[in-house]
Design a protein around this ligand. Structure first.
Ligand code: ATP
Length: 342
């Protein structure tokens, strides 16, 4: 059981600039007073009473902390400490200062598939480790794939384990949370989930710069995902190697059988013959598409177009007249994210 320190976080850390924000609070740069070292403080608002709509259940934060403690790996953000006050919990995390992977790539003029694969490998290493511990991320999306530092060859750091789940032996688990472009078909159709859902979503994140299921509306996108309807449009994929297509196709299925461990052995990731190496080196990412895709994605994120499958909401939201904060709260659809697991 994780220890939540009851002390005031500000006695130990100087609170600095905002690094990012989520639906339940902010992430700020913090400086340890004794050592001067820099960290990221994730400030999460906790629900003050059972009937409050604002903030997270403490148990949900405990869950995130337990998962982070179980998965210490170079490609996964590390947790250092946890502080708790009446209204919030603060997670002291490793500072990840290289920004989002997709922004780093979008700044490039050219990107060879072999360069993109170096990043993919690290994502897979992180997933392989998590999955070996029976933990699924369930919220893989570009915003949660960050880079360690602002250097020319940074390391991948997977962040945000708020929706992650630790599977117990024989457990049947369903969840209804996600973001349309990066949601597994079994989530939409409310089927039991496994770590395979991460693998399917991983294929959506492929670095071609085009979401395979992107429809004109979120509804259309979801329909395409459920039907697994996609095509490799020659116009967009003329630079993509056949090995890359094979890799994607093996993951673009419901409950993909290829595990993270097996992905790391696929010839696109680990070519064996010199012909495969040459083929991979000749292929590149369509940067025009990628930049367009990334700009559209950033716009969507900034519009906070967070998606929630309302009709699958697991818990009814109770009204509570005494809860003053409720009158100012954002729509429940934006706040129920972690409560939506069943
Ligand atoms: P969401 O509501 O999307 O689940 P959240 O409340 O769980 O968000 P995170 O996604 O963990 O919060 O963090 C929000 C943002 O803060 C991230 O997108 C990222 O920009 C920034 N961030 C998170 N963790 C770190 C970190 N360790 N170092 C630097 N920045 C971070």
């Amino acid at each position: 059981m994780a220890v939540f320190k009851p002390e005031n976080v500000e006695d130990f850390y100087e609170i600095g600039e905002v690094l990012g924000s989520g639906h339940f609070g902010q992430v700020r740069k913090v400086k340890e007073r004794t050592s001067g070292s820099l960290w990221a403080g994730k400030f999460l608002k906790i629900r003050r009473s059972a009937c409050s709509r604002l903030g997270l259940d403490r148990s949900s934060v405990e869950h995130e902390v337990e998962i982070l403690q179980a998965i210490q790996h170079p490609n996964i953000v590390a947790l250092k400490d946890v502080f708790e006050s009446r209204a919030e919990v603060v997670l002291i995390l490793e500072l990840v200062s290289g920004g989002e992977l997709f922004d780093f790539i979008a700044e490039k003029e050219n990107l060879l598939e072999s360069e993109a694969i170096e990043f993919m490998k690290q994502i897979l290493e992180g997933l392989k480790f998590m999955h070996s511990k029976n933990i699924a991320h369930f919220d893989l999306k570009p915003e949660n794939i960050m880079l360690s530092d602002k250097v020319s060859h940074p390391n991948i750091k997977l962040i945000d384990f708020g929706l992650a789940h630790l599977f117990n032996q024989g457990e049947e688990y369903r969840s209804t949370s996600g973001t349309p472009q990066y949601i597994a078909p079994e989530v939409i159709s409310c089927q039991p989930l496994s770590t395979a859902a991460d693998m399917c979503v991983l294929s959506f994140l492929r670095l071609s710069g085009l979401s395979p299921f992107q429809g004109d509306t979120d509804e259309e996108t979801l329909k395409n995902i459920i039907a697994m309807k996609y095509e490799f449009d020659a116009h967009y994929f003329n630079l993509t190697s056949s090995m890359a297509k094979d890799f994607i196709q093996k993951l673009l299925v419901k409950n993909p059988e290829m595990t993270a461990e097996e992905c790391l052995l696929h010839p696109w990731i680990k070519p064996i013959t010199s012909k495969q190496v040459a083929r991979r080196n000749r292929s590149s990412i369509n940067m025009r598409n990628f930049k367009r895709f990334n700009a559209r994605r950033k716009w969507k994120v900034s519009m906070q177009s967070f998606f929630f499958l309302r009709h699958f909401k697991a818990r009814p939201v109770r009204q509570c007249e005494s809860d003053v904060e409720d009158t100012e709260s954002k729509p429940a659809s934006l706040l129920r994210r972690r409560l939506s697991s069943s």
